[in-house]
Design a protein around this ligand. Structure first.
Ligand SMILES: [Zn+2]
Length: 292
């Protein structure tokens, strides 16, 4: 894929430079400091004065929302220092994807709402609880953000045999697909179609649709002339590698279709391909599809 290496997105939040402790609440640092100096505080009148002042300061800051400002500026500082190739690549794919979705929504008379993507290293806090690299990339509907630890890119290559930027782009586009579902209220619609679990349940239907939406994005990159020969095959390789059946065979040696959550390799490749060939939302109606 031809992508612009200087690309910088307003929707990428870079937390990679913030360290692992940051993941468990911004107030932790202040409390730790207070505990360290507690013995001194209670021993001297001056210490007591400092303690009262400190508590007052924290209280006032919380009242005027200073905590948020500090949080925002910390995110900003980390962002300024970490604009490496991965940052530019993720920025490019996210913006390309969201521009495509804005256009598609507009064409059908709807309005797209942009979402953010958080880059982190190790673990981080999310609107859906603590996020960690071992969970792989995921979308949190509560704060409308995708969380990505870029070590997953290396894993895609080494562990799943799916190297290349387009395999990575597919993963990002899949998560953006979950945001599209969230904006469209697909989850609620799906609730009316029965069970969630199993090979033809709601979870698999949502995941295959997100793959199909990633295909729609790939279709758009082809139309824009930035797709290069062999690119789409890289996405297909990734979809094949992370099918439920393939993952279960790898980890436990056998398949349990009742526990499938994302669909088989064959299904993931097929729905990704369908979105890629047709490039329309209608092509991706896994909610009503009788056969997946
Ligand atoms: Zn998914």
């Amino acid at each position: 894929m031809r992508w612009d290496e200087g690309h910088d997105s307003d929707d990428v939040v870079d937390r990679r430079g913030e360290g692992p402790a940051y993941g468990f609440g911004g107030g932790g640092g202040g409390l730790w400091f207070l505990l360290q100096i507690l013995p001194w505080l209670v021993q001297s009148p001056l210490g007591l004065l400092v303690a009262v002042g400190f508590v007052g300061f924290v209280g006032i800051r919380a009242l005027v929302g200073g905590g948020d400002t500090e949080h925002a500026s910390r995110e900003h500082a980390a962002q300024a220092s970490k604009k490496d190739e991965n940052y530019h690549f993720v920025s490019f794919v996210l913006d390309e994807g969201q521009t495509t979705w804005s256009r598609l929504f507009e064409e059908s008379g709807a309005k797209y709402r942009r979402s953010k993507l958080v880059l982190y290293a190790g673990r981080t806090r999310t609107g859906c609880g603590a996020g960690s690299a071992s969970m792989g990339p995921f979308y949190c509907p509560a704060d409308e953000r995708t969380y990505l630890d870029v070590s997953f890119f290396r894993e895609l290559d080494r562990r799943y045999g799916a190297p290349g930027r387009f395999a990575q782009a597919y993963v990002i586009a899949h998560e953006v697909g979950h945001h599209v579902q969230h904006v469209l209220g697909t989850n609620e619609k799906l609730g009316r179609f029965g069970h969630q679990e199993g090979a033809d349940g709601g979870s698999v239907r949502l995941e295959l649709q997100a793959d199909c939406y990633a295909g729609i994005w790939a279709h758009a990159t082809k139309e824009r002339g930035i797709l290069e020969p062999g690119d789409f095959e890289k996405a297909i390789t990734a979809a094949q590698a992370i099918g439920d059946d393939a993952l279960q065979r790898r980890t436990q040696g056998y398949e349990v279709p009742e526990s499938f959550t994302h669909g088989t390799s064959e299904q993931r490749m097929r729905w990704l391909g369908r979105g890629y060939e047709q490039g329309t939302l209608e092509a991706c109606d896994t909610v009503r599809a009788k056969a997946l």
